[in-house]
Ligand binder design. Structure first.
Ligand code: PLP
Length: 395
């Protein structure tokens, strides 16, 4: 067996549990589109798709063609839908040949899907995307869609199965209502014109929980399947389980005296004699990285400032803690590129080689990195009942 010193453990039973929780909140006949973009938010798209499919999901969504093809080529059954428009002729050809459901968000997209489907003589299923307030992409109104439906393009090879929009701030009921009204209006206009589109959808995880009347014909769920609640205040009505554990082993252990300084710039001084454990996890793994989005409001800004101040003052609640032998210990000093230091009281028994659970944001791992560990996982995968371990690239 390969000895490796960092890995990700995914508990497939937890994914199944989360799915069942979501399904229990769905009325009969409403479809679940499982969003497994960005490698199922870091949990492994292939393994997730397999478990979900075995438990009744037959509709998946990802952002990019590469992700969809990987699922297809790995034998994942069910519909696979793209949430972004395609770019090049090659992409259209590849997508159509592989029977991938496409998002059509503009007249240009429509022209291309008609053109390439006709040329290949293959039926392409599409969903129309309506832009109602997120500012990403989509048609602005029914008139824009009528324009395309009147264009002299051969529609014989294109099936409009769905129409959808995406909410910008689902926590805000007024804004969500406004977006929904625009969407509904567009759908109604199309119905009046004799265009019945069978699957209408607008619900992500927040909408799913907060507004059951917006489940419509299908819901698109990602976050809840990963065992997390979306950001913001939401009633915790589902019993979710986190399938994801990032683990590593202590690679070095040293006793240091009270007053010793550790890390670059010596930002931390040890207050009592302690053991310092080195773990092989650092910035490159996403440890201690924060998303640098602008604060969403004044309170949010104060929170961010507060966090920095409290970290500076070494307030224990704001530590990054790792778990070793069932106990939590803080990461201290500056995090290194590929390593970090953990302070452990002198009396506690730990050893080099001990397992360490590290709090790393799963979505931080980039798509390309994820692909590496996924492909490596084929060789390095160990099965423990119903969990899988992913070997991390480079080990
Ligand atoms: C990511 C995404 C979702 C899933 O959203 P969650 O809040 O994670 O459930 C749904 N729809 C679209 C268009 C998305 O991009």
């Amino acid at each position: 067996m390969t000895q490796y010193n960092k890995w990700i453990e995914i508990d497939l039973d937890a994914i199944k549990n989360n799915l069942q929780q979501v399904q229990s909140g769905l009325e009969n006949g409403i479809r679940l589109i499982a969003v497994i973009k960005n490698n199922a938010y870091g949990q492994g798209a292939l393994e997730s798709a397999r478990v979900l499919y075995q438990n009744g999901v037959s509709f998946f969504a990802v952002s990019y063609l590469g992700e969809a093809l990987e699922l297809k080529q790995s034998g994942i059954k069910g519909n696979i839908m793209l949430l972004t428009p395609l770019l090049s002729e090659d992409e259209y050809t590849e997508a159509i040949k592989n029977n991938i459901t496409l998002t059509i968000a503009s007249l240009k997209d429509w022209e291309k899907v008609c053109y390439f489907s006709t040329r290949l003589r293959m039926l392409t299923t599409i969903h129309l995307k309506i832009e109602t307030g997120l500012g990403r992409f989509g048609f602005s109104n029914a008139e824009e869609i009528f324009k395309l439906l009147k264009e002299p393009y051969e529609e014989e090879y294109v099936y409009i199965e769905g129409i959808y929009t995406h909410m910008a701030q689902a926590q805000n009921e007024r804004y969500t209502q406004k977006q929904f009204s625009l969407f509904e209006h567009t759908c109604e206009k199309l119905e009046e014109a004799g265009r019945h589109i069978p699957i209408k959808h607008c619900a992500n995880s927040t909408v799913f929980i907060k507004y059951p009347y917006l489940h419509l014909d299908a819901v698109r769920i990602g976050t809840l399947l990963t065992g997390q609640y979306p950001a913001g205040k939401l009633p915790h009505v589902l019993e979710l389980k986190d399938p994801y554990k990032y683990k590593c082993r202590i690679i070095s252990l040293k006793n240091l005296k009270k007053g010793s300084k550790i890390g670059y710039n010596s930002t931390y001084k040890i207050k009592k004699d302690a053991q310092i454990a080195v773990i092989p996890v650092g910035y490159c793994d996403g440890l201690a990285l924060e998303v640098a989005n602008p604060p969403s409001g004044f309170v949010d800004m104060l929170k961010l400032l507060g966090k920095s101040v409290f970290r500076y003052l070494n307030i224990p609640q704001f530590n990054f803690n790792v778990k070793i032998r069932g106990q939590y210990f803080p990461i201290k000093g500056k995090v290194f590129m590929q390593m970090a230091l953990v302070e452990i009281p002198k009396k506690v028994f730990v050893q080099v080689g001990d397992e360490v659970e590290v709090p790393i944001k799963k979505t931080l791992t980039s798509e390309s990195e994820l692909r590496l560990y996924i492909s490596k996982s084929q060789a390095g995968k160990k099965s423990h009942g119903s969990s899988v371990n992913y070997l991390i690239e480079g080990e």
